[in-house]
Every structure is written in structure tokens, then in C-alpha cells.
Design a protein around this ligand. Structure first.
Ligand code: ARG
Length: 459
């Protein structure tokens, strides 16, 4: 049985249940390589400050290299008796190199150590996520480019509203993901600061050089208050909030894919490799991946609530509550990374059915606003044209046809301002072409936005 670093203080060991309850090594061991990176920087700083000898530093480097090799080879036995990743690694180091291993923790506490490890780990996750968001944006841009002219109904209230292009619809998600990437990069600035040197809570009596440690670890700055450095997890909450928004955006897209793939809508098909069948109904092909993304968005939002609630009401400085930050944080990053990966691939496996989309536009009086705008351009006040077109739509509906199918004579019964040129605005293509301004759905605007995004992603 491994004895604790603090066994001298206690007269009896904790029970097995307490040991299991308080240990975090079963999940925080994934921080091991970041923990070692932090320890090596700390040791180098102690050496530079004259606190640790050259021989000790060399021994620590050698021992840590062996430990990394052991971990990668699966030869590291994580012990629950040693509670967490930090004490497991430190004990293994001491077993390997003796007293030099025991000197590593000089001027340091697990409190600043764990805060440093999480920041190093989270920084790497954010960097991966930013790349994956860009990959998903690229696959959406490819789809948008193929369908810059493809007419589909735009909806409000899930009722047919006005024609848009499928490309324009995809670009809406490219915009959302662009803001998501910005939020991730912005959050990274606050993640990328060094807690080490705060020690347990008040700093240390050793002549440390925190800026040197920060520089070695690639941190932009140090945390400037030792109490704050060890106790706040706001950076983790901020990341989880940003991750929640990505998941919410992908949940909205998932909901649309599911709806569009329903045979009652039939706008798209999703490649078989992202769907599953039914164990009882032979005909089924279910959009499991988007459904799971929609479901997993709830899980990530749940982690956000867990972390905010964890932080709330903790007095300064470190409290053991903070050990509970890891599982929600890890699962948030894992879920988001897997979701982004699978989504980029899934969007390449979407088949668009332009005929079904166009038919839906023609059934929904989607160009009614275009007729109202046409009358305004001929001199009628908008509120009057709105009324005229409403009556026209009612008539067309009774006849079971689209307004573009009504004869000129029929249309002129509603307003004599209507002339032959009206038909060019009543087709879906005419409607799209007229919305030719920045942010509009006209196909050349869609192409312009695609080019803008591509330049941004390349730059
Ligand atoms: N395993 C702990 C955590 O995850 C490390 C810090 C523990 N410090 C302490 N004094 N109990 O937060």
C-alpha cells in the first residue's frame, strides 16, 4: 500500500470508500504529459534561480523522460492510494531518481500545479478545435458552392417565407461557426496564463522567476494574484460556454437535416454511413448522427451548468470542489472534437434534391413579397400593395395555383399597375436575383461570400 505524502500528520488511514471518493487519478491521469511538461519548466526555473542543482535538474529530466515512455507504453500503474496524477508521477519519479525527485515540489503546491496542467491541456484542445471548426466550414463552403444557385424555400415559423438558395442557407452556418472560432480564440487568451508560483495560495518564500516559467511553457503572461490563480476556473467555464454555443449551432443544423431527410420533405439524403436501420422495420434509414449531435448538445450545456454551479459560492482560495471541474471539462472537449470531426465528413455526404426544393417553393407563394415590392416600385404605398397581394394569394389558393401561374388579365383585376414584366419577379430565380446586396441571397452574393470566407480561412 502506497502511503500518502502527508501520512505523518494523521493517526489513521482513510477508509477504502473515502479513498475512492477523493481520488481523481482514474480520470486526471490524462493530464500526465501536461503535468510533466509543467514540472520540467518548474524544475528548470528552480535551477536558474539557484534553488535546484544542475545534477538534480538533469536527474529530473532523465526520470521524467522514462516516465513519459512508461506511460506511452502502458507500463504506468496508476495507484488510487496516491490520489491523483500529480502524486502518482512524483512518486514514480522519486522511485526512479531518489532525492532529486523529492526536491521537485519545492516552491510549488498541487493547487498551482493542477491549475497549470488544466490550462496547458485546454490550450491544446482549443487549438485542435479551431482547426476542426475551419475544416467543417470548408466542407460547408464546398456544399454552398455546388448549390449557389439551388433554389429552396426559406422558412419563418417553419412556414414557407421567401426563396433562398441552399448555398445561402449553408453560409448562415459558416457565419455561426466563424463566431464560434472567434470565441474559442478569445477564450484562449485568458486560458494562456501561468498559475505556477502561486503555490498553495499565498506564493512562496523561494526566489522564483514566474516569467521564465511562463516563457518556457508558452504562456502569454502570469496570473497576477496568487489567490485568484489557484482558485478560479472561469477560463474552463468560458470554454464550456463557447463549446455549448458550437453544439447549439450544430444542434440547429442537425434538426434541419433530420427534417429535410424526412420523406415528407425530401430535400436531402444523408450518406448511408451516417445512418442506421431499424431492428424491426425493414424499410428504415434513420439519421442517427444528427440526432445524436442534437442529443449531445444537451450534455455539453449540462456541463456548463455543472461548472458554473461548481464555482458559485466557493470561498477563496482553493477548495477540493475544484477537482470536480475535470470530468465535465474533459467530456465537453471530447464531445465537441468528435462532433466536429464527424460533422465535417457528414456534410460531404449530403445529397441535395433541387427538384423537391423548387417544388416546395412553388407551392408556398414564396414570391408574394416580390409582387408587393413590384407594386411599390410602380408607385403604390407598401401597406396597400401588401393588401393587394394578400387578395391575389387568396385567389390563387382558391384556384390551386401559384401566383406566377395567374394570367396577366387575372393579375390586373387586383391592380392595373401590373404589366407583363411582373413575371420576371414572380419566379424563384427572379426573386433571388433581386436580393443583390451584401448579405442577400442572390447567387452572385452567395459566391462573393464563399470567396470571402475562403480567403479568410486561407489567410
Ligand atoms: N487533484 C486535485 C484537483 O484536481 C489537485 C489539487 C489538490 N490539492 C489539495 N490541496 N487537495 O484539484
Amino acid at each position: 500500500q502506497d502511503t500518502h505524502a502527508w501520512s505523518g500528520r494523521f493517526s489513521e488511514p482513510v477508509s477504502e470508500l473515502v479513498k475512492k471518493y477523493t481520488a481523481s487519478v482514474t480520470f486526471d491521469n490524462r493530464l500526465a504529459e501536461f503535468d510533466i511538461e509543467g514540472s520540467l519548466a518548474h524544475a528548470a526555473m528552480l535551477n536558474k534561480s539557484g534553488v535546484l542543482s544542475d545534477a538534480d535538474l538533469a536527474a529530473i529530466r532523465d526520470g521524467m523522460a522514462q516516465i513519459i515512455a512508461d506511460i506511452r507504453a502502458g507500463n504506468f500503474d496508476w495507484s488510487v492510494d496516491l490520489e491523483d496524477v500529480h502524486m502518482n508521477v512524483e512518486r514514480r519519479l522519486t522511485d526512479k531518481i531518489g532525492d532529486a525527485g523529492k526536491r521537485l515540489h519545492t516552491g510549488r503546491s498541487r493547487n498551482d500545479q493542477v491549475a497549470t496542467d488544466i490550462r496547458l491541456w485546454l490550450r491544446a484542445q482549443i487549438d485542435a478545435i479551431v482547426v476542426l471548426i475551419a475544416e467543417l466550414q470548408t466542407s460547408l463552403l464546398d456544399l454552398a458552392e455546388q448549390h449557389a444557385d439551388t433554389v429552396m424555400p426559406g422558412f419563418t415559423h417553419l412556414q414557407v417565407a421567401q426563396p433562398v438558395t441552399f448555398g445561402h442557407h449553408m453560409l448562415a452556418y459558416v457565419e455561426m461557426l466563424g463566431r464560434d472560432a472567434e470565441r474559442m480564440s478569445d477564450c484562449r487568451k485568458r486560458v494562456n496564463r501561468l498559475p505556477l508560483g502561486a503555490a498553495a495560495l499565498a506564493g512562496t518564500t523561494f526566489p522564483i522567476d514566474r516569467h521564465y516559467t511562463a516563457q518556457l511553457l508558452g504562456f502569454d503572461d502570469v496570473c497576477h494574484n496568487s489567490l485568484d490563480a489557484v482558485s478560479d476556473r472561469d477560463f474552463a467555464i468560458e470554454f464550456t460556454a463557447a463549446a455549448s454555443l458550437v453544439m447549439v449551432h450544430l444542434s440547429r443544423l442537425s434538426e434541419e437535416l433530420i427534417l429535410w431527410m424526412s420523406p415528407r420533405v425530401g430535400f436531402i439524403d444523408i450518406a448511408d454511413r451516417f445512418c442506421t436501420g431499424s431492428s424491426i422495420m425493414p424499410q428504415k434509414k434513420n439519421p442517427d448522427v444528427p440526432e445524436l449531435v442534437r442529443g449531445k448538445s444537451g450534455r455539453v450545456v449540462g456541463h456548463l451548468i455543472a461548472l458554473v454551479t461548481l464555482m458559485k459560492a466557493q470561498p477563496l482560495a482553493y477548495n477540493k470542489d475544484n477537482q470536480e471541474d475535470k470530468e465535465p471539462l474533459f467530456d465537453t472537449a471530447d464531445t465537441l472534437i468528435d462532433t466536429l470531426r464527424i460533422y465535417a465528413d457528414m456534410m460531404r455526404g449530403i445529397t441535395v434534391k433541387p427538384d423537391a426544393m423548387r417544388a416546395a417553393v412553388l407551392q408556398g407563394f414564396a414570391t408574394a413579397t416580390d409582387l408587393a415590392d413590384y407594386l411599390v416600385k410602380k408607385g403604390m404605398p407598401f401597406r396597400d400593395s401588401h393588401e393587394v397581394v394578400a387578395l391575389t394569394v387568396r385567389h390563387a389558393e382558391q384556384q390551386g395555383v401559384d401566383i406566377a401561374d395567374l394570367s396577366l388579365d387575372t393579375l390586373r383585376q387586383f391592380s392595373t399597375l401590373i404589366e407583363q414584366d411582373v413575371y420576371s419577379v414572380l419566379t424563384p430565380e427572379g426573386s433571388l436575383a433581386q436580393r443583390d446586396h451584401v448579405g442577400g441571397t442572390a447567387p452572385n452574393q452567395v459566391r462573393f461570400q464563399i470567396a470571402r470566407h475562403r480567403a479568410r480561412l486561407a489567410g
